[in-house]
Every structure is written in structure tokens, then in C-alpha cells.
Design a protein around this ligand. Structure first.
Ligand code: UDP
Length: 480
């Protein structure tokens, strides 16, 4: 029975991986009465403490075990426990080195668990958890950030020779072997391979081997959204794939919606009051995720584009400078009640769930993509790095519910205000093509809700996944 199982979760220390894992932990404990232990570090535990405390108060069998990362040993400053606190990509390798040193302490934790562990669900960036699972004779399921389509595209570009056949970074190519015609540049497809140091090459190769040795793949997505890509991914990886999302939908209370991931940089009630005054579907929400750092110049262009568009907006701005802070003060004076500027963390899912929101400018992180889909809104796509370019293609070419900020100008790094304006106006349009996109987005939103309800595909998949774990456990423990 699921209630006899004890899941041990290892979320990667990055918001886009941690937030859905915390949702998964609560779904397992809530719907299936399983025991769940989340293993993370103190800084990261603090970020989701209120959510877990509420779950514990509601009598869910959840606990968080904190392990100290050996930061000084790898040369990282104190408190640098999350990828969003690391100043540059080339330092990521240090955090990976520190994460590797958690293997033994984690083994000690598992040794002391009562009831004993029955399954590990871990981010694919913890390759040693496959070995750990073997030591305890339990299955390890891999959790990977993106959805099946993007995961498959990444698999194809990383495991075939296709990128070597493309000459320049700017050259477009068609992703081979998939149903939809997807064109990306070599640079966009190679988002993961940017840091080609010896350490990173080794790390990627360990992740691959560990994934091959894992006992299944858990994806935050739903079958109806990805149609044959679930099956194609399962074939490519030669593993069972369980789509169990959108897991963000597990958050229904005001507190769970507003405190998801971090403390918001705005009073959530004020935010809702502001939205309540707007007409249904009239507001666009602008947020570029937890990691993207856009330049001061780009902040200006984005703000000016929104101002030119005459559309009401909520704009989440981070990583400002003295210059942009000063500029934003004057900007807020100018846009007045038409725009709400959130400094820091936005309560994204709370905002997206409000009926006044009719569009989303997103950096196309997978969680944001899925949260936009769940909200049933069309999206302006503004990808910045990593898997985001494939997610953009998924939104535009597969789902057909988006417009790219680069639609009108594909030259240069800077996206000009006129192009922001055009993309925003196009996505908020309620006639012609805009209407078609809006209706499709609404249909996907309805499908997403149904998937998570009892009898829905994701609800069923979670049950099937649990059954499979029980069967695997029986095999693991059978005497030879
Ligand atoms: N998020 C949020 N407020 C913010 C920024 C991000 O709530 O101001 C949440 C968002 O809802 C999503 C996650 O953080 O669940 C970001 O994950 P995603 O995969 O979209 O992008 P990443 O930040 O990993 O690039």
C-alpha cells in the first residue's frame, strides 16, 4: 500500500527544480498517505519552511532533513547553497562538487529513517543517488526539470552527432526524428553544453550513466499536453515515464499559492486588490523566472515596450542597478494604476490564477510554461538560456499558443521596445489569430485541470507509479 511507502526526495537547489519537488512531496503525502523525507540544505529548507510547516500541521507525514554543504572546502562563500546565489556559470561546478560530497551524509540519513526508505526521487543532477538506491535495495526515479518534448529534443541533440554537423552557432537546423518540424539554432540547442570544462563533461557523463541505471522518470507535465512525446521519450530513454503534473495545481489555499518558492516582494492581498479592479483577461503578467539576469538596457526596453502597449501589466523586476532603480521610480509615476511593478519575488501562480490575467510574458522555464498553460493564457515567449529555447518552440510550434518577442526582430541581443509592444499587443488581441490562440490556451488550461483531478491522467499516473514502485520493491527484496 502507498501509505506503507517512504519516499526520499532530493531536490536540486534551484527554484525551478525545488518548487515542483515540494509540490510532489505534498501530493504523495496528501493523496497517497505516504511518508516523505526531503533532503536539502538549511538555506533551501528556509525557503519552503512555511509550506512544509502547514503540511505537517495538516497531519501529512513529511519531514525535512538538512545537510550542510561543504562550501568552504570547494571555495564557495557561506550561504551560497542555491544556483540562484552563484554569480556566474563557471562557478556552478563548485556547487556540483559540494553536492557530490553529500553522498555519505545522505547515506547516514537513509540508514536512520523509520520507516525505512522505499524509493528515492531525485533530480538528475544528483547522479550518486542511483548508487545510494542500490545500497538500500530500493528504486530510484529521476526527476528532470523540463517536459517530455524538450527532454526528448535535448536527448536527441546530446546523444546524436547533429550539432557537429552544423557549422556556425547561428545556423538553424531541424531537430531530426520527431513528429513536429522544430527549427532552432545550434547555439539555442546547445544551451546545456556551454560550460565545456573537463569537470562539466565528466559530470554530464556521470549523470547519463546514473540516469541509465535509474528505475523510471518522473515528469512534471500531463499526457494530453505532450501526446506522443511521452511515448517517444520513454522509447528514447528505454524507461517508464510518468507524467504527474501540473503539480502546481496542488496549491489551492491562498497561503500555498502566495508563498510558493519564496517570500513575495509585494503584499499578496494588495496584489489581488489591484487585479480585482481590472477587467477579466485584460492584464499581462511579465516574469522572467528565478535565474535570468537581463541587462539594465534590456530592463528599460522591456518597461518602455509595456508602456507603449497601453495594456495593463504586472511586471516582476529583479537584479536592478542604482541606475535602473532610479529609472523605475520615475517609470512607476508615469504608468500609474496601469502597471504594477513587483520588486523581487512575485507570487506567480497566485497572479496567474486571477481572472484578470489574460497573457503572460515568460522566459519559458518549464515550470512557468506549464503554469501559463494551467492558467489557460497565451504567452509571449522570451527565452534566455538552457532548455528555454526548446520550451519556446513547444509553446509556439506544438501548442500554438504563443508569440516570440523575436517575431519582429531577430537581430541583435537586445529586444527593442517596439517589438515588445507588438508581441504584447498581438498576444492580448481578442480577434483573429489572437482569438484562436486564446481559445486554444483556454482548452489546454481546462485539460490541465482535468489531468490532476481524480480520474484524470496525472492522478492515475501517480497511482500507476506507486504500483510500479511496490512491484519493483518486491523484486529487489526477493531472495535469489
Ligand atoms: N517563480 C515565482 N516568482 C518569481 C519567479 C519565479 O513564483 O518571481 C516561480 C515560478 O512560478 C516557477 C519557478 O519559480 O514555479 C521558476 O521555474 P521555471 O522553470 O519557470 O524557471 P527557472 O527560474 O528555473 O529559470
Amino acid at each position: 500500500m502507498a501509505s506503507d511507502l517512504h519516499f526520499v526526495l532530493f531536490p536540486l537547489m534551484q527554484q525551478g527544480h525545488m518548487i515542483p519537488m515540494i509540490d510532489i512531496a505534498r501530493i504523495l503525502a496528501h493523496h497517497h498517505q505516504a511518508t516523505v523525507t526531503i533532503i536539502t540544505t538549511p538555506v533551501n529548507a528556509n525557503r519552503f519552511r512555511p509550506t512544509i510547516d502547514r503540511a505537517i500541521k495538516a497531519k501529512l507525514k513529511i519531514q525535512v532533513v538538512e545537510l550542510q554543504l561543504p562550501l568552504a572546502e570547494v571555495g564557495l562563500p557561506e550561504g551560497c547553497e542555491n544556483f540562484d546565489t552563484i554569480p556566474s556559470f563557471d562557478l556552478f561546478v563548485k556547487l556540483y562538487a559540494a553536492m557530490d560530497m553529500l553522498e555519505k551524509p545522505a547515506e547516514n540519513v537513509l540508514q536512520g529513517l523509520n520507516p525505512p526508505p522505499s524509493c528515492i526521487i531525485s533530480d538528475n543532477q544528483f547522479p550518486w543517488t542511483t548508487d545510494l538506491a542500490r545500497k538500500f535495495n530500493i528504486p530510484r526515479l529521476v526527476f528532470h526539470g523540463p517536459g517530455c518534448f524538450t527532454y526528448l529534443c535535448l536527448h536527441i541533440v546530446m546523444h546524436t552527432n547533429i550539432l557537429n554537423e552544423i557549422e556556425s552557432d547561428e545556423d538553424y537546423f531541424v531537430v531530426p526524428g520527431i513528429k513536429d518540424r522544430i527549427e532552432v539554432t545550434k547555439a539555442q540547442a546547445n544551451g546545456w553544453g556551454k560550460v565545456e570544462t573537463k569537470e562539466m563533461v565528466e559530470f554530464f557523463s556521470r549523470m547519463k550513466v546514473a540516469e541509465e541505471g535509474a528505475d523510471g522518470i518522473v515528469v512534471n507535465s500531463f499526457q494530453e499536453l505532450e501526446l506522443n512525446y511521452v511515448e517517444e521519450l520513454a522509447k528514447a530513454k528505454d524507461k517508464k515515464v510518468w507524467c504527474i503534473g501540473p503539480v502546481s495545481q496542488h496549491n489551492t489555499s491562498f497561503l500555498d499559492l502566495s508563498e510558493r518558492g519564496n517570500k513575495a516582494g509585494i503584499n499578496e492581498h494588495d496584489c489581488i486588490k489591484w487585479l480585482d479592479k481590472k477587467e477579466a483577461g485584460s492584464v499581462i503578467f511579465v516574469c522572467l523566472g528565478s535565474m535570468a539576469n537581463i541587462s539594465t538596457e534590456q530592463i528599460f526596453e522591456l518597461g518602455l515596450g509595456l508602456e507603449l502597449s497601453k495594456v495593463s501589466f504586472i511586471w516582476c523586476v529583479r537584479n536592478t542597478t542604482e541606475e535602473s532603480d532610479k529609472w523605475l521610480l520615475e517609470y512607476k509615476e508615469r504608468v500609474k494604476e496601469r502597471g504594477l511593478v513587483v520588486r523581487g519575488w512575485a507570487p506567480q501562480v497566485l497572479i496567474l490564477s486571477h481572472k484578470a490575467v489574460g497573457g503572460f510574458v515568460t522566459h519559458c522555464g518549464w515550470n512557468s510554461t506549464l503554469e501559463g498553460v494551467s492558467a489557460g493564457v497565451p504567452m509571449v515567449t522570451y527565452p534566455c538560456f538552457a532548455d528555454q529555447f526548446f520550451n519556446e518552440r513547444f509553446i509556439i510550434d506544438v501548442l500554438k499558443i504563443g508569440v516570440s518577442v523575436r517575431e519582429y526582430d531577430n537581430t541583435g541581443v537586445l529586444v527593442k521596445k517596439e517589438n515588445i509592444k507588438r508581441a504584447v499587443e498581438s498576444i492580448m488581441d481578442t480577434e483573429g489569430e489572437g482569438k484562436v490562440r486564446r481559445n486554444r490556451a483556454k482548452e489546454f488550461g481546462d485539460m490541465a485541470k482535468r489531468a490532476m483531478e481524480e480520474g484524470g491522467s496525472s492522478h492515475l499516473n501517480m497511482t500507476l507509479m506507486i504500483q510500479d514502485i511496490i512491484e519493483q520493491l518486491a523484486k529487489f527484496t526477493k531472495p535469489n
